[in-house]
Design a protein around this ligand. Structure first.
Ligand code: SF4
Ligand code: SF4
Length: 293
């Protein structure tokens, strides 16, 4: 079983669209949406959740008002400015870091630490296979931990169904959730566009993959909007000995499928769909071990 993560240095490069198309093309796979801060693969795959599950991480302090004598100790000790005193102590859950100092020193034992419910995760059925996905609540942190959890669930399911691959939609950027999405990965496919910022972000992703010694592949999306820069990006990939698996041209049909909320490529033989099929064939051949014609 091979795990492939599709990444981009920033949002909006077509990463999720590409993963949606792979969902159409790949056999016997489990999919995982690890872009937990802004999950959107579900918009293309129309998942039907088997069950909604709560995700907890860390703790938040809570005051038992009937026990509080308003002594002010917790307000004095909190380094995060999370406590206010108004009759009794009150804690701002968005400012509380869950360090527990207030609970430890409260003379009345009036503060408890509750598990922090910070999002939901789902195992869902789609027309294209099983999808494991999640949504963090606004303002919640620790998305790296949730990504690790989602990947673990996806791997368990993939093992149960003897899947050929796990296809992961990674987060944009190179932060904590991306690093979490790289654990146990066999290859990354970095999607970029021929712009200066796209190139810069691609370099950062490739450096990250190098650091973790993960095999990288690249594909260029909308390459024909700036063929000169596309050529420069390809040359820099060649210098790094990174395979460029394909070039997806701009195709308005991609936008139409996004608006329709369906994976791109179904019943489509246009230039972008053909390019994506070729990229999948290459990726499958090089990572999973299929035949390349
Ligand atoms: S330390 Fe305890 S008793 Fe004192 S204000 Fe805070 S919650 Fe109330
Ligand atoms: S748990 Fe820590 S951060 Fe939260 S209110 Fe208490 S002292 Fe402040």
């Amino acid at each position: 079983m091979k795990e492939i993560v599709v990444l981009s240095g920033k949002g909006g490069t077509g990463k999720t669209t590409l993963l949606g198309s792979f969902a159409l093309l790949a056999d016997n796979k489990v999919m995982a949406d690890c872009d937990v801060d802004a999950a959107d693969l579900h918009l293309l795959l129309a998942p039907i959740p088997r069950k909604k599950n709560k995700f907890h991480t860390g703790v938040k302090a809570r005051v038992i008002k009937t026990q509080c004598t308003s002594c002010g100790t917790c307000k004095e000790l909190c380094q995060f400015g999370a406590v206010s005193l108004n009759g009794s102590a009150a804690i701002d859950p968005f400012a509380c870091e869950g360090c527990g100092v207030c609970a430890h020193f409260c003379p009345e034992e009036a503060i408890v630490l509750d598990e922090n419910y910070c999002g939901n995760w789902f195992i869902s059925d789609t027309d294209y296979g099983v999808l494991v996905h999640a949504q963090l609540f606004a303002g919640e942190e620790n998305s790296g931990k949730l990504v690790t959890f989602i990947k673990k669930k996806a791997r368990e399911l993939a093992e149960q169904q003897s899947a050929e691959s796990i296809l992961v939609d990674g987060s944009p950027g190179i932060g904590c959730p991306v690093i979490a999405s790289l654990s146990n990965v066999d290859a990354i496919l970095a999607v970029t566009e021929p712009t200066q910022s796209g190139w810069h972000d691609l370099e950062r992703v490739l450096e990250l993959a190098d650091h973790f010694k993960i095999q990288s592949f690249v594909c260029l999306n909308k390459w024909d909007l700036n063929p000169g820069m596309a050529e420069e990006i390809v040359a820099s990939c060649q210098k790094r000995r990174v395979d460029v698996l394909g070039y997806i041209p701009f195709d308005p049909a991609v936008v139409s499928s996004q608006l329709a909320g369906v994976p791109f490529g179904k019943d489509n033989n246009g230039p972008a769909a053909l390019a994506i099929r070729e990229i999948w064939k290459q990726l499958h051949g090089k990572v999973i071990g299929g035949k390349i014609d």
